[in-house]
Write a protein that binds this ligand. Structure first.
Ligand code: VG1
Ligand code: CO
Length: 544
């Protein structure tokens, strides 16, 4: 066995963001770039000799090459076994499922999620720990610190592994076991949901569904589960062939990028139910016939109806949402008498709460929902959860959401993204807002009164770790809020995110257009942050 020790020099830009290290493919293709990061991961870990590593990705361009490099490095560094999805494919929630099921030491997920792929697109890598979840900040900080001083890495000088043939092969002293990418995940879903009842719904002839996999990783999973196990009509899954460049699209399930699905679901004879997932399968968008469910409302509806679903029949212990996510779920928690946690953006902050059983359901406004069944957000899980609720209730998506609003009040909510802003301008803008915070406290602003104005800081209730500067929030006395954050997943320039929320208890006022309902707050946000003036953007790039 030929272990090579290769000399290298550090790259200064290997700081993981909201969800791992994301860069343009061309950056990852630089000699030693991926290798440095992978060795930095291994160097930051203890006790993995002879242990199992799970490796898989969303199938985007460079996935296969990266996996070969990672396997040869894992073998050279002393891992005993690697579990890899067939063809190098695993959705992000499937990696989490496999790490937990087989008691692996950890896993490496290759994805840039919702970012475009292809030779000119993006690539990404992140490390997940033994609980199946994204590494917490203390681990990603250690990886970054190591990457700044790394001077060598270990790699095996051997032939590539056949990733298409299921079963074991030897790679030096390590065994590579190629697994069916779908089986373990699908089996887990069967333990959580009433597949028989969902099958009856999908084959009743009265209910139609359209699932858009956006040419990304969920295609094979969705076909196996919906069209296979649950008997939905062939063709229920559209854009179901994973492509290395996602067909040139932006694999982000929202009303802008999932345009094929939006066309189907907002047509005259639309199906009863529509859903989409992102590049790596951890996000979901839920649609009814001519009806869009905001992700924040989706989380609240799932929490309110959880006991209708077998996996959650005995109730949920608590819920958690990222800070910018609307407070709709808070109202459900209050009624259920359970705790609601507010965390920084990014799934890694839910891990401790889930491990400690303080939260059962978690969600983010960015089309992410999940539960304690794995430690990642999970797109198809959310779709199945909705299907199970629809099957039990026998009502439309729209009726369920509107009844929910009538019971709990409606949290009008929207996110405005300004993509490709000059980084210096974005930092100045944020600094400008930050400097106003002390003087805003208690002051009138437009027709509102500021209740609090701060830079969100989070203390993890389990390990007491503190995460500062997680978004600037200005809250008003009537419960409405505006929040400003810079994205931590982009690869070029900066993306400014503006999150706007208001609360309307009166059911006669629940049919207002969202942007109209939020217009006064949107205007105030521009006044405070001078978005148009500083960025030169007349409109946001994406509104969700
Ligand atoms: C975005 C979302 C965040 C999500 C993250 C990863 O981060 O806002 O809620 O956790 O993407 O999602 P940011 O820093 O760009 O706002 V995914 O589907 O990339 O794993
Ligand atoms: Co994703």
């Amino acid at each position: 066995m030929a272990i090579q020790t290769v000399s290298t020099t550090p790259f200064s830009d290997q700081k993981p963001g909201t969800s791992g290290l994301r860069k343009q493919v061309t950056v990852f293709q630089q000699p030693h770039y991926l290798e440095n990061f992978v060795q930095s991961i291994f160097d930051s870990l203890d006790g993995y000799q002879g242990q199992t590593l799970v490796v898989g990705g969303d199938g985007r361009f460079y996935n296969r090459q990266a996996i070969q490099i990672i396997l040869k490095m894992a073998a050279a560094n002393g891992f005993g076994k690697a579990l890899v999805g067939q063809a190098g494919i695993f959705s992000t929630p499937a990696v989490s499922c496999v790490i937990r099921k087989y008691g692996a030491f950890g896993g490496i997920v290759l994805s840039a999620s919702h970012n475009p792929g292809g030779p000119d697109g993006d690539f990404g890598i992140k490390y997940n720990t033994e609980n199946g979840g994204p590494a917490p900040e203390k681990v990603t900080d250690a990886i970054f610190d190591r990457s700044k001083v790394i001077d060598q890495y270990q790699i095996l000088d051997v032939e590539d592994v056949n990733l298409d043939r299921i079963g074991p092969t030897s790679l030096g002293n390590m065994t590579v076991e190629v697994l069916d990418a779908v089986n373990d995940y699908a089996a887990l879903m069967e333990t959580l949901f009433d597949f028989e009842q969902i099958r009856q719904l999908l084959t009743s002839g009265k209910f139609t569904m359209c699932m858009d996999s956006l040419h990304a990783v969920t295609g094979p999973y969705a076909k196996a589960i919906f069209e296979g196990l649950l008997g939905a009509a062939q063709g229920t899954v559209q854009n179901g062939e994973p492509l290395e460049d996602f067909g040139g699209g932006h694999p982000d399930p929202n009303l802008v990028y999932a345009h094929d699905l939006v066309k189907v679901m907002f047509a005259a004879n639309a199906p009863s139910f529509g859903a989409a997932s992102d590049g790596d399968g951890d996000r979901n968008m839920i649609l009814g016939n001519n009806f869009f469910v905001t992700p924040s409302d989706s989380l609240a509806v799932l929490a309110a109806n959880a006991t209708l679903v077998p996996g959650y029949r005995s109730g949920i212990t608590g819920v958690a949402r990222s800070m910018p996510t609307s407070q709709a779920v808070d109202r459900v928690a209050e009624k259920l008498g359970i705790d609601c946690y507010e965390t920084p953006t990014g799934w890694k902050f839910f891990g401790n709460l889930l491990d400690a059983d303080k939260a059962t359901l978690c969600g983010e406004e960015s089309f992410g929902t999940g539960s304690n069944h794995v430690r990642e957000k999970d797109g198809l899980w959310a779709v199945l959860f909705w299907l199970n609720i629809l099957a039990v209730k026998g009502e439309s998506v729209e009726t369920i959401v509107k009844d929910h609003w009538a019971t709990y009040g409606r949290n009008y909510y929207s996110r405005h993204d300004f993509e490709g802003v000059d980084s210096a301008v974005a930092n100045d803008l944020m600094a400008g807002v930050r400097s106003q915070l002390p003087s805003l406290q208690g002051q009138p602003l437009g027709s509102y009164t500021v209740a609090y104005a701060d830079d969100f800081s989070y203390t993890d209730p389990i390990d007491n770790s503190v995460s500062k500067n997680q978004g600037i929030r200005i809250g008003f006395t009537d419960g409405s809020r505006i929040v400003f954050r810079l994205s931590g997943t982009g690869t070029q320039g900066a993306t400014l995110r503006l999150y706007v929320e208001s609360y309307e208890p009166d059911a006669t006022k629940h049919d207002i257009d969202t942007q109209e309902a939020l217009a006064p707050l949107i205007q105030l946000a521009d006044q405070v942050a001078k978005i148009k003036e500083l960025t030169g953007f007349e409109q946001p790039t994406v509104i969700t």
